[in-house]
Design a protein around this ligand. Structure first.
Ligand code: FES
Length: 641
């Protein structure tokens, strides 16, 4: 079904570690109930749990088996020879092979359930499996939950009294299907009106529609990244894996507050607010769904599945689940996993029986968006030690590799979103996003190349980093005196001035130089806000490193996720101590990984299972009850010397 389910397979890294000597056939497994697979001619050995499909086990372990249908049992190209071990003959095998071939062990790999140790010969590839590059350079072999089958059925006669449904199912006998009532209501009429030439639409094992004629080329899904601030929708062509259209919009819940806490507070204070917020989330999703369909020239009824990745609060709200308990200690979610639902239940009007896949959450503050992001980054399959940072009002951090993953959440406050900063604004046209300051001059980069209106998060980080670099802000976060500024940076010293009771640095003068109040400036209080945010985040990754018994030097890469991560200057982030000090090329922007993870779950059942496996693999570290948090936090308030 369309919910995220426990994986029926294994993780690549795990296989490497588990690979042991391969026995022959037989039904004995190792102590943990696993079977050994040995693939020839590569000699690759893996160990898998019982019931894994051979085709999946091979592709998950980079053993390429021919296929153009991605394991759906329609192309009959996934031929392998079982040299040792037992693989029962499927109904599809009897059509794909002669009796001699079956006797010689030939099987279709996508029909073989592993029930013994197997020694398998894989013929050379004759075709290239359909794959798409998604996420952080992840290659995903297409195997969506949604599939279409075109069939031409014999018309019934007086001597052939087979029912309409049986007739259809007989032509799809390699699948074990369940029909939906809505399909039965129109089945007879569709069959007769189309001369018994129809396309069956199947999601997992459910027949959700029967369409007249051959519509196999028209197969779409929508991936949603439901952010607190922005919602993004990507229309995907499931037959090719390519994105057809992308649209984004501000989350319509904005009037209820900029962050999850203010929205939870609104719900606590007003009994009607949950319903209103749920409706606004639905409207945001549906408006985008209609927009991507229109842009892509796709009828909404051709969209058969949607996937939704959001933080825990957004996910609760969109499903109409009260998120109050997420906002107060001990921060308990209603559930980590969400039941199978229809897209209409989250307000998305596409095919009437389209499914919605909802990403599970690891914790109240490490939600489905992070699970999707981890899936897209492939951290759980990579031996490199990496740190994943998604910086917003809440910063989610994940440290690790295929051996072990540790996650935590650190409250960063609204500074990086431009809120709580005197001249702050969201990253929108007019926001100063880049600031370069030398002793002689100052240069700005403004979104949309228009007159500057304020500082967004990346501009804030830049200006503080540049001032720290020039020593116009000392390591404690204080602006230096006018005299020291004039000596250190004569070209910009006049910008350091006084407004009311505090020191400010003018980043952009209004029409009149000297009119500080109407200019865009950085105040001493803004610097403090940034220090608190960066100290919280730096404490988070330092505690994760300590818990893992590692040092900064052990890190091989920092992945900056989310839109803020895309704009943040790695040099400035290192300068402030916001991220670990690594060579800048090793600090990379990972982009909208939540949306990418949602796409992967739609393109591949294997990846969908991988998201689910992350719930078991990631260890959550709670910072709020750590005795060492306060000491670390105080240490991290200072900027690196
Ligand atoms: Fe296409 Fe097995 S992969 S039939």
């Amino acid at each position: 079904m369309s919910e995220l389910r426990a994986p029926q397979g294994v993780r690549d890294g795990e296989n490497e570690r588990d690979s042991g000597p391969t026995g022959g056939g037989g039904v004995l497994t190792d102590g943990r109930g696993r079977f050994d697979l040995l693939f020839e001619p590569s000699g690759r050995k893996v160990r898998v749990p019982p019931g894994v499909i051979l085709f999946d086990a091979a592709s998950w372990n980079s053993v390429a088996i021919d296929s153009t249908c991605g394991g759906h049992g329609t192309c009959r190209k996934c031929k392998v020879q079982i040299l040792e071990g037992t693989a029962p003959i499927s109904s599809l095998d009897t059509r794909a092979f002669s009796t001699e071939e079956l006797r010689a062990g030939w099987r279709l790999a996508c029909r073989v359930e592993v029930v013994t140790n197997l020694h398998v010969e894989v013929p050379p590839l004759a075709t290239r499996p359909k794959a798409a590059t998604v996420g952080v350079g992840r290659k995903v072999i297409l195997r969506p939950a949604v599939q279409k089958r075109y069939v031409e059925l014999d018309e019934p006669t007086l001597s052939d009294q087979t029912t309409d449904l049986e007739r259809l199912f007989q032509s799809l006998d390699d699948l074990e299907l369940r029909p939906e009532l809505a399909v039965l209501r129109s089945l007879g009429q569709v069959l007769r009106a189309s001369d018994y030439k129809v396309t069956a639409v199947v999601v997992d094992d459910v027949l959700i529609a029967v369409e007249p004629g051959d519509t196999t080329e028209r197969l779409f899904a929508i991936a949603f990244d439901l952010g607190t601030t922005t919602v993004v929708a990507t229309l995907l062509d499931l037959s090719t894996g390519t994105p057809v259209a992308v649209q984004s919009m501000l989350n319509k819940q904005q009037p209820f507050g900029a962050d999850v806490i203010t929205r939870i507070s609104a719900i606590m204070m007003d009994a009607k607010a949950l319903g209103q917020l749920t409706r606004l989330a639905h409207e945001s999703l549906d408006e985008l769904a209609q927009a991507v369909c229109q842009e892509g020239g796709v009828d909404p009824s051709e969209v058969y599945e949607v996937a939704l990745a959001g933080n825990a609060t957004m996910t609760h709200i969109v499903l109409g689940i009260d998120p109050e308990s997420l906002g107060v200690a001990p921060f308990i979610m209603s559930t980590k996993l969400f039941p199978e639902i229809l897209a209409t239940e989250v307000g998305v009007h596409v095919h009437a029986r389209a499914r919605a896949v909802i990403f599970p959450s690891l914790g109240a503050y490490v939600g489905g968006d992070i699970v999707a992001g981890l899936l897209a980054s492939g951290m759980d399959r990579d031996s490199r030690l990496r740190l994943f940072l998604d910086i917003g009002t809440n910063c989610e951090l994940v440290l690790g590799n295929s051996e072990r993953l540790l996650a935590t959440a650190a409250p960063a406050g609204p500074a990086f979103e431009g809120a709580a900063i005197r001249c702050g604004m969201r990253a929108a046209p007019g926001a100063i996003e880049v600031v370069k300051i030398s002793a002689a001059a100052l240069e700005l980069g403004v979104i949309g190349d228009v007159e500057p209106l304020g500082l967004c998060g990346s501009g804030l980080v830049d200006v503080v980093a540049e001032l720290v670099q020039l020593k116009l802000i000392d390591t404690t976060g204080r602006f230096v005196t006018d005299e020291v500024a004039a000596e250190l940076a004569p070209g910009v010293a006049a910008r350091l001035t006084q407004l009311e009771d505090q020191r400010v640095f003018v980043v952009h003068w209004s029409a009149e130089v000297g009119d500080v109040a109407r200019s865009i400036f950085l105040s001493q209080r803004d610097v403090r806000e940034l220090q608190f945010a960066k100290a919280s985040i730096a404490t988070g990754w330092r505690i994760l490193l300590e818990d893992a018994g590692l040092k900064v030097d052990d890190l091989q890469q920092v992945l900056l996720a989310g839109s803020f991560g895309s704009y943040l200057s790695p040099a400035s982030a290192v300068r402030l101590g916001l991220v670990p000090k690594l060579p800048l090329l090793r600090i990379v922007s990972a982009g909208n990984v939540a949306g990418e993870g949602a796409k992967m779950a739609l393109l591949s059942l294997r990846e969908r299972a991988g998201a689910m496996a992350l719930l078991e693999e990631v260890e959550y570290v709670e910072l709020s009850d750590r005795s060492d948090f306060n000491d670390q936090f105080v240490d991290q308030l200072a900027f690196p010397d």
